[in-house]
Write a protein that binds this ligand. Structure first.
Ligand code: SF4
Length: 205
């Protein structure tokens, strides 16, 4: 996850030189989710599409490697960083090992981020690929599903390589971003990021 001070250091863009944001494609409403949907609607992320001072690059890493629709997958034995380091695996709900495909997808996402000179990535939290604050610890369809604090594989790849990553639930960070994109936007100081919510604090302690 990227801290808010880093976001404050982002430049102020204009229509000539818009801020370059890499976005989980489903957050833009593209139906690339495992079940062929856009994984719901997230107005705080969709709001970015309204600005003419931003250039959005949409990418779905799981669709890149596995197509849509597809099985659901989760990380077993660690976070996305552990997958990058060979200490954890990505398995589908039926037990197929998708680790190699997920690593390829993360490398493709990194390639796009570098090629397009991305300044920020906005990614769907709680995904094995795109999560940046929270992921599942093993099978999300298990009776006693367990969450783990940490990043998915593709978010970890971007973070490890120096890119800023926030999630669609990081509302305080998004307020800073809206203000960058439109200086007339008054930052709502009451908003919080995902790791500051009551749920996150009570669950992870
Ligand atoms: S892999 Fe990422 S972009 Fe694709 S559906 Fe899942 S959360 Fe969205």
């Amino acid at each position: 996850m990227t801290d808010r001070e880093s976001l404050k250091r982002l430049r102020i863009p204009d229509t000539e030189q818009p801020l370059r944001i890499l976005m989980s494609a489903c957050l833009s409403g593209i139906r690339c989710g495992y079940d062929g949907t856009a994984n719901g609607e997230y107005p705080a992320a969709l709001k970015l599409l309204e600005y003419d001072t931003v250039k959005i690059f949409n990418f779905c890493p799981e669709e890149f490697s596995f197509g849509s629709p597809r099985e659901m997958c989760d990380i077993y034995g660690g976070t996305g960083f552990d997958v990058l380091d060979g200490r954890a695996r990505v398995l589908t709900e039926s037990g197929v090992d998708w680790t190699e495909g997920m690593l390829r997808a993360s490398e493709k996402m990194l390639e796009i981020a570098r090629r397009e000179k991305i300044e920020l990535a906005l990614m769907m939290d709680i995904s094995a690929a795109c999560g940046s604050q929270v992921i599942y610890d093993g099978n999300r369809f298990a009776e006693n599903k367990v969450y783990r604090a940490g990043a998915g594989v593709c978010a970890a790849q971007l973070l490890r390589n120096g890119f800023n990553v926030i999630s669609q639930r990081d509302y305080a960070s998004l307020e800073i971003l809206y203000n960058k994109l439109d200086p007339a936007h008054v930052i709502d100081e009451t908003k919080t990021d995902h790791h500051e919510t009551d749920w996150y604090r009570s669950y992870f302690g």
